[in-house]
Design a protein around this ligand. Structure first.
Ligand SMILES: Nc1ncnc2c1ncn2[C@@H]1O[C@H](COP(=O)(O)OP(=O)(O)OP(=O)(O)O)[C@@H](O)[C@H]1O
Ligand SMILES: [Mg+2]
Length: 290
């Protein structure tokens, strides 16, 4: 049995569910908005959940595909909400070994400053970065980086943009909310799908915008990585507790590979269609543990 944290509303959840069913592999959505009956113990012998009247013993689950976590719907009171969340999340975190990926790694990705720090402290080349809401620090960082910096959210959810002189002159820019500033790595985007089982699929994305997602005509070509960068990708998985990841890299105009971030629940079907890499099969093989 494979569980999919997601629902029909998410394309990748639906896609993986259909693929598994085509292969006659039992698979089911685990949509946390419908709170399951759950029975969990530290020994883990007879743990089970009941999803839509189907009792699923965890010992029968070979993999969990983590795509879209809805959390717990607020019900009657704060205390009930907190208790339900804690019970569900203790349970989900305890399944780290079979989760592609775990709740822990998803939570770490929401704290991008920390993700960057872990990479930096372990010898991974990342852009020079600050997370700040201090206008003076912004000014200093801007000048130190030859007036060539980008800004983007600390948690994610908005496009990366180049900091322009006029943004910078607006003295109230940061008062309400901190943001993440980085030296701008001029060059091209590389997206890598790396699996802890050793498979690495990498491609270059040729886009006309600073954030490639803003260009829907972006081209994607296969781009084999140098060995040391492949090793760094696998090292990042270990450092961030990821079983696989969609890793974003910028290849600078001077030929340096600079790591931007490692996504725990990446989209991949478009990239797969454009490159022909077997990402779906690799993911499914791992979820099935075959
Ligand atoms: N320092 C940088 N220099 C140049 N381009 C950058 C830099 N940081 C980000 N980008 C561009 O913006 C894109 C998005 O940035 P990033 O991956 O850090 O955040 P995000 O994708 O918005 O986060 P999330 O995936 O959580 O929404 C990158 O893939 C890259 O194209
Ligand atoms: Mg990204």
């Amino acid at each position: 049995m494979i569980l999919i944290i997601g629902s029909d509303e998410d394309f990748h959840s639906k896609y993986i569910l259909e693929k598994l069913h085509e292969q006659n592999t039992p698979a089911k959505y685990f949509d946390t908005r419908k709170y399951p009956v759950l029975n969990w113990s530290p020994e883990g012998e007879n743990d089970y959940i009941i999803l839509d009247d189907e009792k699923i013993y965890l010992k029968d689950v070979t993999g969990i595909y983590w795509r879209w976590y809805y959390g717990v719907i607020y019900g009657t009171s704060d205390i009930v909400y907190r208790e339900k969340t804690s019970a569900l999340e203790s349970f989900l975190c305890s399944l780290e070994d079979i989760s592609w990926n775990s709740l822990q790694s998803v939570e770490l990705h929401r704290k991008k400053g920390l993700q960057s720090k872990i990479m930096q402290n372990n010898g991974i080349r990342i852009p020079k970065t600050i997370v700040t809401n201090d206008q003076d620090a912004l000014e200093k960082f801007y000048l130190e980086n030859n007036k060539n910096i980008i800004y983007k959210p600390v948690r994610g959810g908005a496009y990366t943009q180049k900091l322009k002189e006029e943004d910078f002159l607006r003295k109230d820019t940061l008062i309400n909310c901190p943001c993440q500033l980085q030296e701008c790595i001029d060059g091209i985007d590389i997206r890598v799908y790396a699996f802890e089982t050793g498979e690495i699929f990498s491609g270059e994305i040729l886009a006309n915008s600073i954030d490639f997602r803003a260009d829907d005509k972006a081209k994607i070509n296969k781009h084999p990585l140098p060995e040391n960068i492949q090793k760094d990708c696998l090292k990042i998985l270990k450092l961030l507790g990821l079983k696989y990841s969609g890793i974003d890299i910028r290849l600078s105009n001077s030929g340096e590979y600079v790591f931007i971030e490692a996504n725990p629940a990446p989209m991949f079907t478009h990239f797969e269609n454009m490159t022909g890499y077997e990402i779906t099969n690799t993911l499914i093989k791992n979820l099935k543990k075959v």
